[in-house]
Design a protein around this ligand. Structure first.
Ligand code: ATP
Length: 225
């Protein structure tokens, strides 16, 4: 049984399209600008009205608000809370998820270290570089330990070396935790590093592609987290 099943998904710019992801599988979503990639992610995240159904791990998520879907969604705009520090950005959703103070502090510290942004924990988003903001946003998504990750061009503003480092870390983490992922990217190298296969959207329509070569980190032991 697939972990994620999208059935006849459609709206004004998209579909209808069907897509299935196996448990623990990562799929890269490619396609030209304006094709509908971000729209598809927003639909799965619960941020846009649509036709069709979104089913994850046997649960019909259609119609549920974003915070009840258990999905980790990182948008292109990041949406960090501007008035909170980096640590506060992670801690607030954990508070609403019901973690007590100690558990929150531990989870925040672990995740900031994992995303190599612990040294900026007390800064606000406006005091960060573009790349640091992306790390902070990724850390916030990962801190909730979602079973499904939706990442919209997660490392678009980073230099090549930083990106490659993050690809390796994210891929090992995702595989170690068995997270299923849908990742929008324009970069074929990023698709190869982060995904098991790719699909392309063009003018709202889906084309399944051939599998990508396995990423080099497939055999790496999982990170403790
Ligand atoms: N809020 C909106 N209202 C109306 N049309 C929108 C809205 N957001 C996006 N669109 C349109 O929907 C289409 C798909 O946009 P989308 O952002 O999903 O594309 P994309 O494939 O993610 O592009 P990019 O690679 O440039 O991010 C585009 O034609 C865009 O202009």
């Amino acid at each position: 049984m697939p972990a994620l099943r999208l059935e006849r998904i459609g709206n004004a710019v998209l579909g209808p399209l069907d897509l299935e992801l196996a448990a623990g599988e990562a799929v890269a979503l490619l396609g030209p600008s304006g094709a509908g990639k971000s729209t598809l992610l927003k639909i799965v995240a619960g941020l846009l009205p649509h036709r069709g159904r979104v089913i994850f791990e046997g649960r019909d998520l259609t119609g549920l608000p974003p915070h009840r879907r258990g999905i980790g969604y990182m948008s292109q705009d990041l949406h960090l809370f501007p008035h909170l520090s980096v640590a506060g950005n992670l801690a607030l959703p954990l508070f609403f998820a019901g973690l007590d103070r100690q558990a929150r502090a531990r989870r925040v510290a672990d995740t900031l270290a994992l995303c190599a942004i612990a040294h900026r924990a007390t800064r606000r988003p406006a005091q960060l570089s573009g790349g640091e903001r992306q790390r902070a946003a990724l850390a916030r998504v990962l801190s909730l330990r979602p079973r499904l990750l939706l990442l919209d061009e997660p490392f678009a503003n980073l230099d090549r070396d930083t990106r490659a480092g993050l690809w390796t870390e994210l891929d090992a983490l995702r595989r170690g935790r068995g997270m299923t992922a849908l990742i929008v990217t324009h970069d074929p190298s990023e698709a190869r590093a982060l995904a098991d296969r790719s699909v392309a959207i063009d003018a709202g329509r889906l084309n399944e592609r051939t599998p990508l070569p396995c990423s080099p980190s497939t055999t790496r032991p999982s990170l403790a987290f």
